[in-house]
Design a binder for this molecule. Structure first.
Ligand code: 3NM
Length: 219
């Protein structure tokens, strides 16, 4: 995938695992993709999450759904699972290990890295990250161990300093505040609950896509 295609894929970056969903995870994903989510990350983490075979089986089912929609399937922080499923990519945070080693372990796959400042962004790009996740933009109740809320400032700082890699903002993003993230310089928004907890995930994804595309047109 070239950079322009990846930038396009960042528009509505849906992330979830079974514990994030108010309904069946497979149904939620299918509806999100019908509504217009452009990329998906499987993140089966936290209290009550699936383990062992159940986790692998859910990942495989979600991967199949992504395949039907031709949407990239990314695995959060689990090189072993990524390789087992031959997923499209891996997303890691700053605490998930040595970035250079991780890059070398998944050649040819998409690699996303969560960053929180300019220095982390340069280091991630230096080792060959394909895109950056920046957050939390807004307060989020979904992940408890986040860095302090940063608003749009870091996204803007990265762009002002010449970073032109694909960027998604993350943390507390919904259809009403998504446009500010794109105006600050992000290519799109990464969300969990705005879609996973919505009664109508297709509608939620569609509204996010519309908000992002409108903001891009106005940029
Ligand atoms: N990472 P919601 S915030 C997985 O700041 C994750 O790096 C974050 O969930 C970061 O869209 C976050 O429900 C949770 O706020 C995002």
């Amino acid at each position: 995938m070239n950079k322009a295609e990846l930038q396009d894929r960042m528009k509505v970056y849906f992330i979830m695992g079974s514990t994030n969903c108010s309904a069946d995870a497979e149904e939620v994903l299918e509806k999100a993709l019908i509504g217009g989510a452009t990329i998906f990350q499987f993140r089966e983490k936290g209290e009550g999450c699936l383990e062992g075979n159940d986790r692998i089986e859910l990942a495989m089912a979600l991967q199949q759904i992504c395949g039907r929609f031709n949407v990239p399937f990314i695995i959060n922080d689990d090189i072993h699972l990524m390789k087992k499923l031959n997923a499209d990519g891996l997303h890691v945070g700053q605490e998930d290990g040595d970035l250079k080693e991780i890059r070398n372990a998944v050649p040819g796959k998409l690699l996303g890295v969560s960053v929180h400042n300019l220095n982390e962004a340069w280091l991630a790009l230096e080792i060959g990250a394909d895109y950056l996740g920046v957050g939390p933009v807004y307060p989020t109740g979904t992940k408890t161990d986040t860095r302090p809320v940063m608003g749009y400032s870091v996204i803007r700082e990265l762009r002002d300093n010449g970073i032109d890699a694909p960027i998604v903002g993350i943390g507390g993003i919904n259809k009403d505040n998504a446009s500010g993230v794109v105006q600050a310089g992000a290519d799109g928004v990464a969300v969990i609950t705005a879609i996973s907890n919505h009664l109508k995930p297709a509608e939620a994804a569609g509204e996010l896509l519309k908000a992002v595309e409108n903001a891009k047109q106005n940029n």
